[in-house]
Design a protein around this ligand. Structure first.
Ligand SMILES: O=C(O)CCC(=O)C(=O)O
Length: 264
């Protein structure tokens, strides 16, 4: 199925080969090598995780991915609201290996006070979670589980009174496997979960959430994590556009004339 169509109907799609095969191994080493420093900079200084991903960041402005996001939001102005390290260490088998949830702004149990949309969710695409596979995603190393079409389900795995056991397998769930360099895109309303890593290798991964201009990113630690100017200025132009609302000391942002915001 064509990617835009699959995202609209099923709530997710897999973009093959966003990062070239001959580049992705080094990028995964860079990202996992920088994780501890990146987490410390986030915890202590509120720096966005992207500050520690210089070799991955240019791919965040991949034209195919942005075309899909702009089509889903029906708007030209897209930004990245959250960026996170998501690698799963070797032999990591938490009891909650199914932990189905939906993502910000549809995260009903968000712990960093980024705000949430209350149930029932309106039928609007408010964010796309991109899951960057920096190593192959397999059933053995915890490839992401999704439940197709749940972006239009009024219930939620963490909804009070919805009676769904998010810690157990869910009917129609699918595990999305892929190659290093692929990107899984999911509508933030789709029920999904990481799996256990039962291998001796790290499952290397980064998550970036794409949001339309109109979604408030003014609340919560993860949304407000910033990019210092000297790092921001080293990003390619297309990536700067995605993070410019979090460049420290930025000028008031101009979204452009209405004609520049149209996308169709
Ligand atoms: O790492 C994964 O496979 C899933 C990530 C996830 O559930 C999330 O970022 O909300």
């Amino acid at each position: 199925m064509e990617e835009n169509t699959q995202l609209r109907l099923e709530g997710y799609c897999l973009l093959k080969g966003v990062i070239p095969a001959d580049k992705v191994r080094q990028i995964s080493l860079d990202v996992d090598g920088a994780r501890n420093a990146g987490m410390e900079a986030y915890d202590k200084l509120d720096w966005s995780a992207v500050t520690h991903m210089p070799t991955l960041a240019p791919y965040f402005a991949d034209p195919r991915l942005l075309e899909i996001a702009r089509t889903a939001f029906n708007h030209a102005k897209v930004r990245i609201s959250q960026t996170e390290f998501k690698s799963v260490p070797p032999r990591s088998n938490p009891p909650e290996w199914r932990n189905f949830h939906t993502d910000w702004p549809h995260d009903l149990t968000d712990r960093s006070y980024c705000g949430l949309v209350n149930q029932p969710f309106p039928d609007v695409v408010m964010s796309l979670t991109s899951i960057w596979m920096l190593s192959d995603f397999t059933p053995e190393n915890g490839a992401t589980w999704v439940v197709p079409r749940t972006h239009r389900d009024p219930r939620n795995p963490r909804g009070q009174g919805d009676g769904i056991d998010g810690l157990s397998p869910i009917p129609h769930e699918e595990q999305v496997c892929g190659d290093a360099g692929d990107v899984l895109l999911i509508d933030s309303r789709v029920w999904h979960s990481v799996g256990p890593n039962q291998t001796d290798e790290i499952r290397s991964c980064v998550v970036a959430r794409y949001s339309p201009w109109w979604l408030s990113v003014d609340y919560g630690k993860r949304n407000c994590a910033f990019v210092p100017a000297h790092i921001f200025d080293s990003f390619p132009e297309g990536v700067q556009e995605l993070y410019e609302h979090r460049r420290i000391g930025h000028e008031p942002l101009l979204i452009g004339e209405p004609s520049q915001q149209r996308y169709s």
